[in-house]
Design a protein around this ligand. Sequence first.
Ligand code: PMT
Length: 407
Amino acid sequence: MTIDASNSTNAVPTKTVVLGITGCIAAYKSAEIVRGLQKAGVRVKVVMTEHATHFVDPVTFRSLTHEKVAVGLFDDPSDPIHHISLAQEADVMLLAPCTANMLAKIANGIADDLLSTTVLATTAPLVIAPAMNVHMYENPATRYNIGKLQIRGVHFVEAGTGYLACGDIGKGRLADVEDIVSATLSMLGVKRDLAGKHVMITAGPTVEPIDPVRYITNRSSGKTGYAIARAAFARGADVTLISGPVALQAPEGVSMVYVQTADEMLAAAQEAFKSADIGIFAAAVADMKPARAADHKLKKGSDDDQLSGIELVENPDILETLAANKGSRVVVGFAAETDNVIENAQKKLISKHADVIVANQVGEGMAFGTDDNEVWFIDDEDTEGLPRMSKANLADAILSKSLEFLS
Ligand code: PMT
């Protein structure tokens, strides 16, 4: 079993945040904001005021975003109307940190640099996280400008109170990075309803060795479990993904545990389940394994036939073992059936102590390896058929369903 908690990127970001950074000591925290948004699968493009570049070098943001960092109105000769293209690319425009000066400009429609011009030109929702000295923050001019912008629908992430860089104590510190990221994601329509929860997911097939070159396995691609992991992370969860061998990249921000056999998957799941709030068992675990894995290649045919009589024994049932002592955890199991899908899934709901079973018909090219699926949610009150949908959308539906059981 190998464990990898690194954050490799897989999903192609579908939303863009244009992050405006102004000249303030808190500008260094914008780097964490960039990472927080990226971890949720958001593309970030950075615009800095000239003053902001005195606090943090644009190279920092260019390295983090892998995008050009825009500063001057006329800096990019390849894009003659840069403020308009930036304004159009934004699904949300975020200013963090935003100085009193920039607030005043935006409140009054002044556009005299790239950032203020982009803000004036965008139709995207605007989120502002101010940061400044307490007296500047409380100055009636600033309060008036904030009020004006709030009336126009601008969303503010209020400054925090504490020790300020200038030595004063009071309100004016940039809000917590997590609050700024959360506010921006909610403006983008990204749900954060799993924040603070630990979600454990099993995915893919297991591989049960017969000898050094042969094994028993099945057709699971891991797409379903990986989609659930990606969606859970985007919704704010800490995610552990226990994966059999698949040809997929690790989703962003997820703690990966790679396993081969059902026994290894059980051990990894037992460990992760201890701290889990939700366990989702999407893996196609091999029901049987060879009683012994030979240490040499088995011979076929004639007197020396070692292959035709391979003795099989049952693998542990991971879902059943863990759910038997689930306590307050929510347990989502799957049922992969070729016949009598609902009836068989209802039996698994009871025998495996699950809160809900995601039932799917398999065989003839269905479910295994596909990009979409058609399932039923079965719990002890209801059987709900869902329309065919992408595995990404199904992942979100499964997470929403599991939240219904979370106390
Ligand atoms: O990976 P994909 O290509 O996206 O395909 C998705 C899928 C078809 C694998 C998925 O939708 C699915 O149905 N997963 C469960 C497959 C399965 O093993 O079903 P089952 O009916 O045999 O098992 C019922 C439940 O018990 C499952 O939650 C399974 O993970 C669990 N189980 C089964 C056997 C075992 N030894 N241990 C288990 O934990």
